[in-house]
Design a protein around this ligand. Structure first.
Ligand SMILES: NC(=O)c1ccc[n+]([C@@H]2O[C@H](COP(=O)([O-])OP(=O)(O)OC[C@H]3O[C@@H](n4cnc5c(N)ncnc54)[C@H](OP(=O)(O)O)[C@@H]3O)[C@@H](O)[C@H]2O)c1
Length: 314
């Protein structure tokens, strides 16, 4: 099968297109004929891909169930159209075939294409987990989403509105303001505005940018609000590096960095919202598999108008 590979060492890696053996589903795995796979550019910095013998990257896929493992007794059947988020340490989705576990796979939204569905799993799961597990939102809470026009940000804006009727303030470049209003943002703020943080007051921050943007966003939180960040690289406090220095001025704020987990139930819920027209899927910028290296390069560019997707079946 055709497969994308990350070859070389971390720091000196390059993208290649190779012919590799098709995987065989073991135990409770299913085999998916991959039609399209999303690209997460930061994956080239993750240690996991360098530990897989295949060196195939990719965690977001959409395709069709081709085979069931010998011990698979779940609800999926051969021919089902599915989308999946493969565990960080399993991955290997950017290939014509990939294996997946039940908890990683949900039926694809019926109203969208495989290329659109391949852009969705990580953004859906990250936004859903941030909102349902880590933030302390009440119906009508006012929240700030940073990087609001990005893949995760776009899902956060929409799911916060649909799940909590939140009043969403979206921090983004001005070119994306109208789009974000259409998605449900109550207020849009240009991230180039000097002192934007002094003009805002919110109950919770959802940060997808990190660095200085994360640091500035602390100032917008009132009282005992909450802050959730997923941005790479994570802040020093994320892995036991002490407390955030911003806590000195905002001592009541609860704060969290997390790494998403597969959750087929959450994917199925949001797939339903997409099919009902309550949630709009992300725009996908599609590259054929023969241009995989260009796809990876495009995924690192700022100001993209969509998530980069590699197509295996056109
Ligand atoms: N921890 C986890 O489980 C997890 C899960 C998913 C993603 N992530 C991480 O979350 C981050 C966002 O992911 P994504 O897929 O949504 O990325 P994305 O689609 O590239 O979106 C990034 C957004 O951040 C904005 N941005 C970037 N640099 C900025 C800056 N200096 N100031 C203001 N805005 C800035 C971009 O704005 P422009 O359009 O103007 O460039 C864009 O809207 C990444 O770091 C990713 O690795 C973590």
């Amino acid at each position: 099968m055709k497969a994308v590979q990350i070859l070389g060492d971390k720091g000196n890696a390059h993208i290649a297109l190779s012919d590799l053996p098709r995987p065989v589903p073991q135990g409770q795995e299913v085999l998916i004929r991959v039609h399209a796979a999303g690209v997460t550019a930061d994956e080239i910095t993750w240690p996991e891909v360098y530990k897989t013998p295949s060196r195939i990257p990719g965690h977001d896929i959409s395709g069709v169930i081709a085979e069931l493992g010998p011990d698979y007794h779940g609800p999926l059947a051969i021919g089902d159209e599915v989308f999946a988020m493969l565990h960080a340490d399993r991955g290997q989705g950017q290939a014509e075939y990939a294996t997946a576990l039940d908890e990683e796979v949900a039926l694809k939204p019926k109203t969208i294409s495989h290329r659109e569905a391949a852009a969705l799993p990580i953004p859906i799961l990250t936004a859903f987990e941030a909102l349902s597990r880590y933030a302390k939102l009440e119906p009508g809470s006012r929240i700030l989403v940073t990087g609001a026009s990005g893949a995760v940000g776009t899902m956060l804006v929409q799911l916060a509105k649909r799940m909590f009727n939140a009043e969403v303030v979206a921090l983004a470049s001005p070119e994306r303001h109208e789009y974000l209003r259409q998605l449900g943002a109550a207020e849009v703020v240009d991230y180039n505005t000097p002192d934007w943080e002094s003009r805002l007051t919110v109950d919770a921050v959802f940060d997808t940018v990190g660095g200085l943007t994360l640091s500035r966003s602390w100032k917008t939180i009132k009282g005992k609000g909450s802050l959730v960040t997923v941005a790479d690289p994570p802040p020093a406090w994320a892995f036991g590096g002490g407390e955030p220095k911003e806590l000195e001025a905002n001592s009541g704020v609860s704060y969290k960095y997390f790494v998403l987990s597969p959750d087929s139930g959450a994917m199925a819920k949001v797939a339903g919202m997409i099919d009902n027209g309550e949630v709009v899927c992300l725009s996908a910028v599609v590259f054929p598999v023969t241009e995989a290296a260009a796809a990876w390069s495009a995924a690192t560019q700022r100001g993209r108008k969509g998530k980069i997707v590699i197509e295996f079946v056109s």
